[in-house]
Each structure stands twice: as structure tokens, then as C-alpha cells.
Design a protein around this ligand. Structure first.
Ligand SMILES: [Zn+2]
Length: 447
């Protein structure tokens, strides 16, 4: 049966009494139907309400063929016909009223200032997104839209809903479609002009205006519910709205992206914008404390630090190179005779806590000698980094040599063309690994 929609009649109704029509088991819980409800079902981009029916949590609310269905967590004790009490989670509802009404304001301002239509909206849990029929949006234009919306909020204009017969709605849309400056200009004249002169207010004493020009195409119903933001926006909508624009508090664009040639702008609206401001100013203050200056100087301070960091990194790289050269000159070189009688050199050294670049530099410097095998093991404190390299005339196959020794350090690795890199997790096996490599080299065939 058709449910009477109390949220349409009074969007500020928080608690209500209704008669139980049915409570049926469904896949997700229990579906409750009432003769009337203040719970807004998901629709028009606005999420469904939460709250309680006779104390039982409402998990979701959906609408089909005029009937509103409440998904509740448990079976209701009452029998059909009984009177129940419904109560909304008002904090959540008010948040979405701010988001939804704020979205009307944003969409109307885009149309008014830029002649750009809204093609879809998303009311998420952390921000409200508006997708525009535009592939690009200049920063200055977005700033102007934000200014305009906040000005309309400051004027605290009334927001009203009214039901009108479909035939009283003008077929021409207020915005006149994409890029149609003339039609956009007509609407810019104000809501009063759009619905036939006068103040544009729908007070009960006034005769209803004869023609309404809307922001977007209305649904094809005999009676259409229109929502007007006085002198600013008029569109068909079944959602829940604030009573005055001032209740939206503050609207701020926090980001934008282009997806499939359409700009999407993310907004923080109402209490969300206030919290966002709180978080941002706390973060700015914390940064200023950390940087030891005023908040207004933080950016300059960070730039200075980044410059210092860049210079320090470049100095560290030069010092590391120099250190690698000095180390390469002092490391002991062992002369070995391979199993076939040929002579080989070996440099094997254990380091601890050295940087990856230092080990790489050192390995390359040492492997410049043609008949040499270089094995450097660096204990990082967490694992062993293994670096093995051979000189140009050393034909030793590193992988063959190393693989039997890897269990000593529980390691693995790989490489080609005289370069092999790996790591091991058994740090105490480092010395045995290096000794094993020496033995293996002596029994390996020479170049
Ligand atoms: Zn609406």
C-alpha cells in the first residue's frame, strides 16, 4: 500500500506514531511497512535515514511503488494494526539535509554564473560531489561559485516545497541547456522573473504563479513537488531540505577531478565544512609549532627546509662516493688459485649499517679489477644485503657459486652479467657465508 510520506510534509519531524502494516522476514533482516513514515527512503542521490522503530534499529529504508519499506535489525514484537513510535537519527538526517540543500545551492550557482548544468550528484559520508556538464573548470570560476553560494547562505533565504500540476511547468528550462548564455541570463534575473513576476515567494496568501521554469527536467507526474530557494533556485525534488539557506552554514570546495570529460567537484557542506576547517587549522598550528614559527610563515619555512635537504643529499652522495673510493683502496685483496691453476683475486667484507648506494659504489669500484670476485655483505640490523660482482675477465658463474651457500643465511637473490644481488634473514650466518664463498672459489674452475 501507499505510505504517507511525513518527511515530505515536515522535514523536521523527528519522532512520529504510525500503524504497523506488516513485518516480514527478508534476506537481510526484517522488513517493516507502516501506514506513514518520517524515514526518508534512499533516492534522488540522498541516502536513506537511520533511527529506531519501537527501539529497534533501522538499517535501511527503500521505496517501491509508493510503499516505503524499513529494514530493521530484529522482528518487532507488535502485531499488525498496533501503533508504533518511530524516531530518526536526527544528527545524520540534518547532515544530509545540509548536504542535499547545499547541493541545490551549488548546482544553481554553477548554472547562474557559468551556465553549466549538473549531471549527477553523490552524497557520500565524507563529502558531497557534483558532476558537471563541463570538461574544464577554471579555478577562478569555481571560486566565484563558492563565493556566490556562501553569499546566498548569508542572506538566509527561505527554502520552500510546493506541489503544482505538471501542466503549470514551463517546458523551457531555466538554464536553457549547455552554454546557452541568453537563457542563463534570463534566470539570472531572479526567481521572481522565472515564475511570473513578483517577489517569487510562495506564501499562502499569494495566488500561485501560473508558470514555473525549473533548473532541470521534472518527472512526468500529474502533480510535481517543487523546491524553491527564494529568488535563486527552483527544481522538482522529493528530498528533504533545510528551512532556510542559513542552516547550511558554510560551503567549501575541497577538490576537483575530471572523469570521462566531466568535472567533478567535491564539497564540504555545513558541519562537515566546519569540522574540515577545525582539522585544517589544527594541522596548520601543529605544523607551525614543529617548524618553530608563525603559521603564516610555514610554507616559506618548508621551502627553505626542502632546499637544505636537497643540498644535504647532494653533499651526502659526494661524501659517500669519496668514502667508497677510500674504502676500496684499503680493503684486503686475497689471491687465490682456482682448481684449474689460474689466479684469482677475492675481496670479501662484512659491513654493518651502510647505505645501499655506498655498497653499490664500493662494489663497482672493486670489480673494476678484471680478475676479481667481490663479495660485500651489509648487515642492516634487520637483514643481510648480499652484493656480489666479478671483474671483466673473471668467468666465475656467481649464481652457481652462491646458491649452495644461501641456506647459511636463509637468503635468496639473482642477477646476470657478473652482478648478483640478494638478501638473507639469518644475520648470524654472515661469516660462514663469506668463508664458504672462499672455499667454493678455490674449488671452482678458473677463467
Ligand atoms: Zn532537493
Amino acid at each position: 500500500m501507499e505510505t504517507r510520506k511525513l518527511y515530505c510534509e515536515d522535514p523536521r519531524l523527528i519522532e512520529f506514531q504510525a500503524r504497523l502494516v506488516a513485518c516480514e522476514k527478508s534476506a537481510k533482516g526484517w522488513e517493516v511497512e507502516l501506514d506513514k513514515t518520517a524515514f526518508y527512503p534512499e533516492g534522488g542521490g540522498q541516502p536513506s535515514d537511520r533511527g529506531w522503530i519501537d527501539g529497534v534499529p533501522v538499517l535501511d529504508v527503500q521505496q517501491a511503488n509508493g510503499s516505503v519499506r524499513h529494514l530493521v535489525a530484529a522482528r518487532l514484537a507488535a502485531a499488525p494494526g498496533a501503533t508504533l513510535t518511530g524516531k530518526l537519527d536526527w544528527e545524520r538526517r540534518f547532515d544530509y539535509m545540509q548536504q542535499h540543500t547545499g547541493q541545490h545551492l551549488v548546482s544553481a550557482a554553477f548554472l547562474e554564473l557559468l551556465g553549466v548544468e549538473t549531471v549527477s550528484v553523490h552524497l557520500g559520508e565524507s563529502y558531497t560531489a557534483v558532476e558537471l556538464d563541463a570538461a574544464v573548470l577554471a579555478e577562478a570560476d569555481l571560486a566565484a561559485v563558492e563565493e556566490r553560494v556562501n553569499a546566498i547562505i548569508g542572506e538566509n533565504r527561505p527554502v520552500r516545497a510546493l506541489f503544482v500540476p505538471r501542466e503549470e511547468i514551463d517546458d523551457a528550462l531555466a538554464g536553457g541547456g549547455r552554454g546557452d548564455e541568453t537563457a542563463g541570463g534570463r534566470w539570472r534575473g531572479g526567481g521572481g522573473e522565472a515564475h511570473g513576476g513578483g517577489s517569487g515567494a510562495f506564501s499562502e496568501e499569494d495566488a500561485p504563479p501560473r508558470r514555473y521554469r525549473l533548473r532541470k527536467t521534472p518527472p512526468d507526474l500529474p502533480i510535481v513537488r517543487l523546491v524553491e530557494i527564494e529568488g535563486f533556485d527552483l527544481c522538482a525534488c522529493g528530498g528533504t531540505h533545510l528551512a532556510r539557506t542559513g542552516e547550511a552554514g558554510l560551503v567549501r570546495a575541497v577538490g576537483s577531478e575530471t572523469i570521462r570529460r566531466r568535472v567533478r567537484v567535491q564539497w564540504k557542506i555545513g558541519r562537515r565544512a566546519y569540522r574540515d576547517y577545525q582539522e585544517a587549522s589544527e594541522l596548520t598550528a601543529a605544523l607551525a609549532r614543529e617548524l618553530g614559527g608563525r603559521a603564516s610563515e610555514s610554507l616559506e619555512r618548508v621551502r627553505e627546509l626542502l632546499g637544505t635537504l636537497k643540498a644535504s643529499r647532494s653533499l651526502a652522495a659526494r661524501l659517500e662516493q669519496r668514502l667508497a673510493e677510500l674504502t676500496a683502496a684499503t680493503l684486503p685483496v686475497e689471491r687465490l688459485r682456482a682448481a684449474d691453476g689460474s689466479e684469482l683475486e677475492r675481496v670479501a667484507q662484512l659491513f654493518s649499517g651502510e647505505s645501499e648506494t655506498f655498497i653499490r659504489e664500493l662494489s663497482e669500484l672493486l670489480a673494476a679489477a678484471p680478475r676479481r670476485l667481490v663479495c660485500l655483505v651489509n648487515d642492516t640490523g634487520e637483514r643481510l644485503d648480499l652484493s656480489i660482482a666479478t671483474g671483466s675477465e673473471c668467468r666465475v658463474e656467481i649464481a652457481k657459486l652462491v646458491e649452495p651457500l644461501l641456506p647459511l643465511v636463509e637468503g635468496r637473490g639473482g642477477g646476470r652479467q657478473g652482478r648478483w644481488r640478494g638478501s638473507g634473514v639469518r644475520r648470524e650466518g654472515a661469516s660462514a657465508f663469506l668463508a664458504g664463498l672462499r672455499d667454493a672459489l678455490q674449488s671452482a674452475p678458473g677463467p
